[in-house]
Design a protein around this ligand. Structure first.
Ligand SMILES: Cc1cc2nc3c(=O)[nH]c(=O)nc-3n(C[C@H](O)[C@H](O)[C@H](O)COP(=O)(O)OP(=O)(O)OC[C@H]3O[C@@H](n4cnc5c(N)ncnc54)[C@H](O)[C@@H]3O)c2cc1C
Length: 380
């Protein structure tokens, strides 16, 4: 894709910034599984907490393609995959629905601080008994005078241990199934809301996650985001942003891993030859290259459709599915190609694999992306 001068300078600036400010110390943070608020603040000051949010609220006002370019640049240059994941969850699954569907007074109260990263957001959809089947969610929001009372449990929630605001999906009308789900903004200090941290993850380790407990948690009616019953539509729109833009990170990371593999194949010698001279090694790299190129095409095709305001659910599902599966396979290939040093954590070679495995699960599993594509094909 040919970049405009503005796009190129934004990408270059992001790469320089991430290398200089976000990558130092990332390996130690990852080994410790530690989120660092100072690094978050620095990323946010650079603009990475509000890429698609309107400039009027302090965001960068980027469309999907320009957002993808910045996130891909982070994949190329930022050693802290968990931080990028947390920033993306904050923007795409939480801030975007608030911006797109929230009332003006919610915008005025929160959006500027969210775009600046002063407030961290989390989105609470998944429940212990409602993962892929989100419409089976049990968390309830019962109208009570001028507010709603929320009860339920949300698990695996990215950013929950450090979040200031939660976008929580709850059932307002059980009889209406998916049209009976609504979204609410809940401040962390709201009585009845409690958060516990989940166990450490194997990948994206610097991104904290947790469980949210809502126990007679009362919110004003004005905390509802969008009309009653619009929760599922809001969630779907946010998933188009997240499945589209977040996965640009893995495209950048695959490109970076490919470069490392090429350099290693050219320099490592065994049996008196550079290992790249062995076809089973070079073929592996060619397959990595092919996966990467297809990933980039699918990603930016989805981005272009989104930018043009065209229907893009299928393109986004194809892009998410391909990128997450390709990143896992290419992550495995990179480890294999580096041999023993591929699994030594200090080299960072296995980071792509560890960070990519959860990508086949969050934002809708690979199986659910296949189900979306099959539905679009009219199979069921
Ligand atoms: C790193 C990470 C971060 C996350 N962050 C958040 C967050 O911020 N907010 C949030 O709400 N959630 C979050 N999640 C949760 C995530 O959305 C769920 O894990 C995901 O939707 C799958 O749900 P589940 O874990 O309950 O698995 P299940 O739905 O129980 O699925 C188990 C397996 O069964 C398969 N399966 C289920 N139904 C079908 C079907 N109909 N057809 C074929 N296969 C099927 C699945 O594909 C999967 O392989 C996060 C998850 C991860 C890994």
């Amino acid at each position: 894709m040919d970049l405009s001068d503005a796009q190129e300078s934004r990408v270059d600036a992001t790469v320089q910034f991430a290398r200089a400010r976000l990558s130092p110390g990332a390996r130690e943070r990852e080994a410790a599984g530690a989120f660092d608020r100072k690094v978050w603040d620095e990323a946010a000051q650079f603009g990475l907490a509000g890429l698609p949010l309107p400039e009027a609220w302090g965001g960068s006002g980027l469309d999907a393609v320009d957002t993808m370019l910045v996130v891909e640049a982070l994949g190329k240059s930022c050693d802290d995959g968990g931080l990028v994941f947390s920033l993306c969850a904050h923007m795409f699954a939480s801030a975007v629905p608030l911006w797109r569907s929230g009332a003006t007074d919610l915008h005025e109260r929160y959006l500027r601080d969210i775009a600046a990263g002063r407030l961290i957001c989390a989105n609470g959809t998944t429940e212990p008994e409602a993962g892929s089947d989100i419409h089976a969610m049990k968390t309830s929001a019962v109208r009570d005078g001028d507010g709603y009372v929320l009860d339920g449990t949300k698990c695996f929630i990215t950013n929950a241990p450090v979040a200031d605001i939660f976008l929580v999906y709850a059932v307002t009308n059980p009889g209406k199934k998916m049209f009976g789900i609504s979204a609410f903004l809940v401040e962390r200090a709201t009585p009845g809301l409690r958060v516990t941290a989940e166990h450490a993850k194997s990948g994206l380790r610097t991104s904290p996650w947790g469980t949210i407990y809502l126990d007679r948690c009362r919110v004003p009616a004005g905390a509802r985001v969008g009309p009653e019953g619009a929760g599922a539509a809001l969630f779907s729109e946010s998933m188009v942003w997240e499945r589209g833009c977040l996965f640009a990170y893995y495209v950048g990371a695959m490109g970076r891993s490919l470069e490392q593999c090429v350099a290693h194949a050219r320099s490592r010698t065994q049996f008196g030859h550079r290992i790249g001279a062995f076809q089973s090694v070079s073929n592996r790299i060619v397959d990595m290259k092919m996966r990467l190129e297809v990933a980039r095409l699918l990603l930016y095709r989805a981005g272009e459709l989104h930018r043009a305001g065209k229907r893009c659910d299928e393109a986004v599902a194809l892009s998410k599915l391909w990128i997450s599966e390709a990143a896992v396979q290419s992550g495995l290939d990179a480890v294999q190609l580096f041999g023993g040093s591929g699994v030594a954590m200090d080299t960072g070679v296995d980071a792509l694999l560890r960070d990519a495995v959860p990508a086949r699960i969050f934002s809708g599993t690979s199986e659910m992306q296949r189900a979306i594509i099959a539905r679009m094909l009219g199979i069921h």
